[in-house]
Ligand binder design. Structure first.
Ligand code: SF4
Length: 416
């Protein structure tokens, strides 16, 4: 287990409760009332879609899981309105990095079997395997959506990735989304289209090779490879009439934001379903960069509002505009991860932050009773409740002060 985050410890000591025994439940309750309109809308839509799934599931006999998920949503809605003393619903979103290995496993040994056999360090496992994934989902009956991503390792490096997707769909009724760098797509095109995967987001980074090289620091030949893989996937998707949503990601900085219309045109012309435009962030997640986009930069908000107006009328295609940062976000408390998401690592440590999974340390395992109310969750909820009593208000962690998930929406989603 990683060391606890010093900010959490400082908060705990300030409250005079090193055991976290008297957790600020009152603070959590106030935070519940602050859930954003967008989040509530997404929950409603998700609930509606899950109700339709529930009807189908009753017919197929798998109604028990679906029913408990639906009741969890109802429970959440009722509790959000009534401001209860405790969060008595489970998380809706599961985030995991399936191809990442235990931090102690040497990088040169990554080719070892995913079940961990032969581990030189006698670690219990190097990656989550299919059996342990099933165990994981058994602990999380309320999960509606699973997001697979990677940091050092693309999710498709995991040999059982698509089997996990299918398992989650069939036995938990959960939809899956995979973030990939797209380099290995050609090996999995048919398997992806046969699987129950709902959304595939490919990080193309740019809309032309030269920009790809500049933004990623990688040879621009990789851009050509990824683009070719995407084109083949889209062609095969058309042939088999798959409903898989294929989406692109690109990085926006101060030097290329004026090219956004060209990027949108490029993505539409390619035939993908959506384009995600990510604000540029430096590698060190606690640092700021002059290349990132900020609200106070001249005409920045006006520019994006104009883009929003032009492209909101496009049909069948979504553009997710970059989230603009502020130079000082030390009082920003907009992230909602601690209210709806659980992230796990390969050892099933749980984290309330989906971006930097165990940045804040871990206080528990997925099998712990009521892990969703553990001290880590309580601390982050206290951080992100804008109505927290100032006497107990923890400081916003440095990483959250430069995280786009902690910014207010600037028309971030545009539906056609
Ligand atoms: S703001 Fe970002 S870094 Fe902070 S908890 Fe939310 S997702 Fe994690």
């Amino acid at each position: 287990m990683k060391e606890l985050n010093p900010e959490l410890i400082a908060w705990s000591e300030k409250r005079g409760s090193p055991q976290f025994a008297a957790a600020p439940i009152r603070v959590i309750i106030i935070g519940m009332g602050k859930l954003s309109k967008e989040f509530l809308q997404s929950l409603f839509l998700s609930g509606k879609s899950k109700f339709q799934n529930l009807q189908a599931s009753i017919k197929s006999g798998l109604w028990c899981n679906r029913l408990s998920q639906f009741l969890n949503l109802v429970n959440y809605t009722l509790n959000a309105l009534q401001h209860p003393d405790m969060l008595n619903y489970g998380p809706f979103y599961l985030h995991m990095t399936p191809a990442e290995v235990h931090p102690l496993v040497p990088q040169s040994l990554l080719e070892l079997p995913s079940n961990g056999s032969g581990s030189p360090l006698n670690l219990p496992s190097q990656r989550v395997n299919l059996s342990s994934f099933r165990f994981l989902l058994d602990q999380l009956p309320s999960i509606l959506c699973i997001e697979f991503s990677g940091k050092a390792h693309d999710p498709f490096e995991h040999p059982d990735l698509l089997q996990m997707v299918d398992y989650a769909f069939h036995y938990n009724g959960a939809e899956s989304l995979i973030h990939t760098d797209g380099l290995r797509l050609d090996e999995f095109t048919d398997a992806i289209l046969k699987s129950k995967l709902r959304t595939l987001v490919i990080n193309l980074i740019a809309h032309r090779p030269s920009s790809y090289g500049l933004l990623s620091g990688q040879p621009f030949a990789l851009f050509v490879t990824i683009l070719e893989n995407v084109k083949v996937l889209l062609h095969r998707r058309r042939s088999c009439r798959s409903k898989l949503s294929v989406e692109l990601r690109m990085t926006i900085d101060l030097h290329n934001y004026h090219e956004i219309p060209a990027m949108i045109y490029f993505a539409k012309d390619l035939g993908v379903n959506a384009l995600h435009l990510d604000n540029y962030l430096p590698r060190d997640i606690t640092m700021k960069s002059d290349r990132s986009l900020y609200r106070h930069q001249p005409d920045m908000v006006k520019y994006f509002r104009e883009i929003e107006q032009v492209y909101s009328s496009e049909s069948g295609f979504k553009v997710y505009l970059p989230k603009l940062l502020e130079p000082d976000m030390s009082n920003y408390r907009h992230c909602r991860d601690a209210y709806n998401t659980v992230s796990v690592d390969s050892e099933f440590n749980v984290s309330a932050c989906s971006q930097h999974q165990l940045l804040y340390g871990s206080l528990g395992k997925i099998w712990d009773e009521d892990f969703f109310n553990n001290p880590m969750y309580q601390w982050l909820r206290a951080v992100f409740s804008s109505n927290t009593d100032p006497a107990f208000a923890p400081e916003v962690p440095l990483a959250c002060q430069v995280c786009p998930r902690n910014t207010p929406m600037l028309g971030s989603t545009h539906k056609g």
